[in-house]
Design a protein around this ligand. Structure first.
Ligand SMILES: Cc1cc2nc3c(=O)[nH]c(=O)nc-3n(C[C@H](O)[C@H](O)[C@H](O)COP(=O)(O)O)c2cc1C
Length: 207
């Protein structure tokens, strides 16, 4: 099993990264788990050129090109972002915009569309929001801003984890409750994919 985790934080070693590290403990030795720190990748948001409508690929040559194969190979995607002004970070927003080639529109009627995963196989996602304040409302749109695009891209989002009350860079390390919440979300993602793989293998051996 391959799971790709996307860290949208501006600090590559902050709370979001620590929480993603916790996800790794759910994976088994034979699995692959990679965390991508978007802050170390050089790319910007979609420029709306619609080049992908012709080629089914993003035509901008930047670091997103390193990420597309990883996204396509992964069975599951974890999107994690700190709350920046009630929303996701700009880097996470840019990343999501650049997933536009995975939404395919009919050339004659743009109201007819499908997602890449509908063609090549449904996938699964987990969304994690991290914020400083104590109330969920202070997280604003952080969760929805990741969950809605992911769902429209044909990922079933198995859990949405809201981690509150983390501010300084290393606070997550001491926050057992938050670490457990994240592990639980990751366990759901892992077991959902595991179930799919078991069913596929049972079907194959029944033939
Ligand atoms: C530009 C900016 C805006 C922020 N806006 C919010 C906010 O609207 N609500 C909130 O609760 N925390 C907000 N925070 C706090 C971060 O979400 C919090 O410190 C988080 O733990 C950072 O995660 P990181 O360590 O992975 O970078 C903001 C932080 C920054 C840098």
């Amino acid at each position: 099993m391959k799971i790709l985790a996307i860290n949208g934080s501006g600090r590559s070693n902050g709370n979001t990264k620590r929480l993603l590290k916790e996800c790794e403990y759910i994976m088994k030795d034979t699995d692959e788990f990679e965390v991508i720190d978007l802050s170390t990748y050089d790319f910007s948001g979609c420029i709306g050129c619609e080049g992908c409508a012709k080629t089914y690929q993003c035509v901008i040559r930047d670091d997103m090109q390193k990420l597309y194969p990883k996204i396509e190979e992964a069975d599951g995607l974890v999107l994690a972002s700190p709350t920046y002004f009630y929303n996701i970070s700009s880097k996470m927003k840019a990343f999501i915009e650049r997933l536009y080639p995975y939404e395919i529109f009919h050339k004659e009627d743009r109201h007819v569309w499908l997602s890449y995963t509908e063609v090549f196989g449904l996938k699964y996602g987990l969304v994690i929001g991290v914020c400083e304040q104590l109330k969920e409302e202070d997280m604003g749109f952080t969760i929805e801003a990741m969950s809605m695009p992911l769902q429209s891209l044909g990922y079933r989002v198995v859990d949405e984890v809201k981690v509150l009350n983390l501010f300084t860079r290393h606070e997550a390390e001491k926050d057992d409750e938050s670490l457990e919440k994240v592990r639980d979300g990751m366990r759901k993602l892992y077991q959902t994919i595991e179930l799919k793989q078991e069913l596929l293998s049972a079907k194959r051996s029944a033939k």
